[in-house]
Design a protein around this ligand. Structure first.
Ligand code: ZN
Ligand code: ZN
Length: 212
């Protein structure tokens, strides 16, 4: 059985040469910027037109087989995560996506690497501990949203992102990484990816700040 999101079919990032794109549910032509729907059973990420995306926004639509990927961005500049938790995740790089896959009933940590997405199974207790320690992020939705943890010099930051953003970052790393350390081009692309997330994200989880 393939694990996690390796089976997501779409080559990311969706930049570069323009090409004809169609909604994978109704074949309607769509633009380069478009929404996505997750096929929960096969874990495929499907490009969707506005109408189809809207159709699967309602919970329980299509018996839960398809779920619209929401456009919610939260930014927690200070994630409560211990070094011990991070070690438990066994992530060899500075960033990882954590998410829950409801079809498999398990949580997964995925990190970008030059070979594509690499995955490790995330102990359920670790996942629950991270959510309990960070109530502002605790309603992250299974299958369609992920917590992107970035380990900086001063601790951990976290972005709650749509699952398709994971694939954008995985694609950036896969296509631009050079040599052992990635090279300047890759890091510029990664930095601008994170700058965009900071710009879009509503700040949460800061003491005295927004906690909803
Ligand atoms: Zn459609
Ligand atoms: Zn797409």
């Amino acid at each position: 059985m393939s694990t996690g999101l390796r089976r997501f079919r779409e080559p990311a990032p969706e930049v570069g040469k323009p090409r004809e794109r169609c909604c994978e549910l109704c074949a309607e032509p769509i633009g380069e910027r478009h929404a996505h729907v997750v096929d929960v059973g096969s874990r495929a990420l499907m490009c969707a037109c506005h109408g189809c995306h809207l159709l699967f926004t309602t919970e329980g639509a299509a018996m839960g087989r398809f779920l619209a990927v929401p456009d919610r961005h939260l930014y927690a500049p200070r994630l409560a995560l211990s070094e011990g938790d991070w070690e438990e995740l066994q992530i060899p790089v500075r960033m990882a996506f954590l998410f829950h896959n409801s079809a498999l009933g398990r949580t997964v940590a995925l990190y970008p690497s030059p070979g594509g997405a690499t995955e490790s199974e995330l102990p359920m207790e670790t996942w629950e501990r991270v959510l309990a320690a960070n109530p502002a992020l605790a309603d992250v939705r299974p299958d369609v949203e992920a917590l992107l943890v970035d380990r900086g010099r001063d601790g951990f930051v976290c972005h709650l992102v749509p699952i398709d953003a994971c694939y954008e970052l995985v694609g950036l790393v896969r296509t631009r990484w050079k040599g052992f350390d990635g090279g300047r081009e890759a890091w510029e692309a990664i930095d601008s990816f994170f700058a965009d997330l900071r710009r879009r994200g509503r700040v949460v989880g800061v003491a005295g700040g927004d906690r909803d």
